[in-house]
Design a protein around this ligand. Sequence first.
Ligand SMILES: C[S@@+](CC[C@H](N)C(=O)[O-])C[C@H]1O[C@@H](n2cnc3c(N)ncnc32)[C@H](O)[C@@H]1O
Length: 468
Amino acid sequence: MHLGPKADIMRLMRDYEPYYTEDGSIGLYSYADKDVYHSKFGALTEAWEKFVIPAEKTLNNNAKILDICYGIGYNTKALMSFIINKNINFIKKKNFFEKIKYKKFKFNNGIVSIDKNNIISAQDNVSIDSNNKIQIDCLDINEELVKLSPFFKTVKTPYEIYSQIIPEIFDCFESYYKFRELFAGTVSRFAPKNRDEIKELLDLKFKNMHIDKEYKVNSFVNYIIINKLCEYYGKDYPEKCIKNILTESQNRCFFDKALIKYARFNQLWGYDNTYKSSLSTFLHNIYYDHLSKRNKNIDFKAAERLFNLNFYIEDARKSILKLNDAYNCIFLDAFTYTKAPQLWTVEFIAELYKRLAPGGILLTYSNSALVRNTLLENNFYVGKIYNSKNNKFIGTIASNDKSAIEYPLDSYEIGLCGTKAGIPYHDPNLSFDNNDIIELREYEFRHSKLASSSKYMKTRRRDENNEL
Ligand SMILES: C[S@@+](CC[C@H](N)C(=O)[O-])C[C@H]1O[C@@H](n2cnc3c(N)ncnc32)[C@H](O)[C@@H]1O
């Protein structure tokens, strides 16, 4: 039964609770899944460190990227931002625009590409060719989240968050650091309604709450995504239900006003008009006012032309069968396998393997023996994602090419994959529901003669001690 827009909103708002993660980016908690969508340590930081930075080597100006579980789009946004920022110096170059102006290069309704082989180290080798775009295919089952994705303010500073929660005493912000406890007590008395928020503020690690400069999302990114979604949905985007969510007062602090106006304009005046007269007065007021000074010199259209962004909004197990491209990089950001095994099965991962370009990589945050064994069973070379900032391994990388794996699994980790913990999920026709997939594995687990992971760990420890 369809409950109608009002009920949809209620459901949506009941289902998700936005919160600030520790880098100031917004995360979502899902009541239905009883799980967070984003790491509490930093939604945007995670996108950069587990997906974008490890993907860097696979990026060239024809690269094809598959973002499985797009959600509100952090991984795609961070990737687009990375690509735009790496191209900024080039796009900004005066002589580049002069060359275009005097038609020394054909502008062929195409994109601005920087270097045939490597967009990162691009210097003078300019080519403008409509075939050179970075393709990003975004898959997610949740239409509302995808529709809302460009409106989320990507990062807020503690200062901004603070000013929203207790605007009356905004000026005391500086002293907050000095007189933390005292301050909180006083504020609770003056603003009893805000007691919970204040408590939450105290719990926030304020000083850690900043995003690394380079991780900030370029202001163009959300506009590019809105344009693509307008193209995809036509007049239905953003429809009433989404508009209501965007304008509800309790959600206001999480969404970007300028982007809401821009989307409305797009809808009222037609996507095509907006596209063609890209620098109309209205757009100038809306998004150019909104852009940082640093970005003002950059051509939005040039940035937009770098991408061929596509959305597939249904179960990723269906979408994957429709995709015939060979991807240089696949982001797999599904919920943990215990919650959502559908996207961690041998059969689903086999489909990903088939769609990987030679030397392509698959990246995931998961370090589990189950996920790694599922990759191994599909003939992937499997390794670890290394984060030099904290000298830790933070996820898993897999490839069809051994040389793409800088930090392969060690013998202990490979051994762990061969224990009961590594028994993978199966979904023979890519159509089982989560419970069936879990039950199937439990059956295999109960009847397996493999060692348990705890026994394996004990034996390994004993062997190591004997060697000493
Ligand atoms: C951990 S969140 C991903 C967060 C996301 N990368 C972001 O930046 O917001 C998991 C996502 O998986 C999606 N999802 C769950 N089951 C799915 C399925 N079978 N096919 C496609 N997407 C699915 C959910 O809608 C949710 O957005």
